[in-house]
Every structure is written in C-alpha cells, then in structure tokens.
Design a protein around this ligand. Structure first.
Ligand SMILES: [Zn+2]
Length: 176
C-alpha cells in the first residue's frame, strides 16, 4: 500500500484487540512527491545496504501478527509476518516481477543500542585524539573528520568511527 493508505490504515487499526503500533514517526520519512499533498511513496533514511549488498530495514509499525516496513525498492509499505514480536530476519519483497534481492528486517531495539555504543566509542576516541592535539568532528552526513585545532583535515575524510580508530592506532604507534 502507499504511505497515504498506510496512514489511514494505521489510524483505523490504532485501537482494538490488535492495535497497529507506530514505531517511527511517519513524518520523519521522506514523503514523495514532495510538492503533492497526497503522498504515494516514502523513503526510510534508517535503511542501509550492508557489505553484502542486502538492504537492512527497520520497521515503522507492528501489530501482533504483522510488521510494516518501507520497501527500499518500490517505496511502498510492505507487510510481513510478525511471530509474537519476532519479526527480524531476511524477507522477500513481493513487489518485483523478477525476484529482487531479499531484504533483512532488523530488530528496532538494535538502533537504540547502536546509538549508545557509537556515542561511547566517539567519546573514547575524542580523548585519544586529544592526546595528539587532534579533534574528531562530525561532517553532518554520518561521517567523521580528524582535524587539528584550526579545523584542518589531518586524515582523508569523511571516515567511519572504525577508520578514525585505525588512524589513532597509527598515531599512537608512531609516538611510542
Ligand atoms: Zn517493494
């Protein structure tokens, strides 16, 4: 169904014995077309392609028997089975005439865990960078930059936190 249809659907089924529970504010999806009131397509920014080329997707809503996701292929809402809260795992999108690569539905509690882990790692790395008079700055697009106090790049950026860590490992080694 389209995102507009899903909005109606979620509203209709928000009460009762098996309510549809929203897990993500629908307005935080990218809704298309941007210039029309009736939105037909959606993009979930949380979705990402892993190193094996598979899409990984977080649910936007669940009820006792279903999980609802934004399909990265057709940008519509797909419904998959939810076995008493166990909805994670690889699923086949049903929108393509040719079998598309399956996508993987992730447990939403993982996002919160990952955010927490990331901020802990970032704080540790900031302390390590400081020992070299360096700073770690966010580039605003999910990447990290290693700079000096004049904001000059000290390593090719943007990097992932793992890459920043490798640079710091090298710098530490150099100093010993
Ligand atoms: Zn689809």
């Amino acid at each position: 169904m389209t995102i507009s249809e899903f909005r109606q659907y979620a509203k209709k089924w928000s009460k009762g014995q098996d309510p549809v529970k929203l897990l993500f504010p629908l307005d935080r999806l990218r809704l298309l077309p941007a210039n029309k009131k009736r939105k037909t397509h959606a993009v979930d920014y949380r979705s990402f392609v892993d190193s094996e080329g598979h899409w990984n997707i977080y649910p936007i809503a669940i009820d006792n028997y279903h999980v609802y996701i934004v399909c990265p292929f057709c940008q519509k809402i797909h419904i998959h089975g939810n076995n008493k809260g166990h909805y994670e795992g690889p699923r086949c999108p049903h929108c393509f005439p040719v079998q598309a690569n399956s996508y993987n539905i992730l447990d939403i509690s993982d996002t919160l865990k990952r955010k927490e882990e990331n901020s802990m790692t970032l704080n540790k790395l900031k302390t390590r960078a400081k020992a070299h008079d360096l700073f770690i700055r966010k580039d605003g697009k999910g990447g990290y930059l290693l700079t000096d106090f004049l904001n000059r790049l000290m390593a090719p950026g943007p990097m992932t936190l793992e890459e920043v860590e490798m640079w710091l490992d090298d710098l530490d080694e150099h100093q010993q």
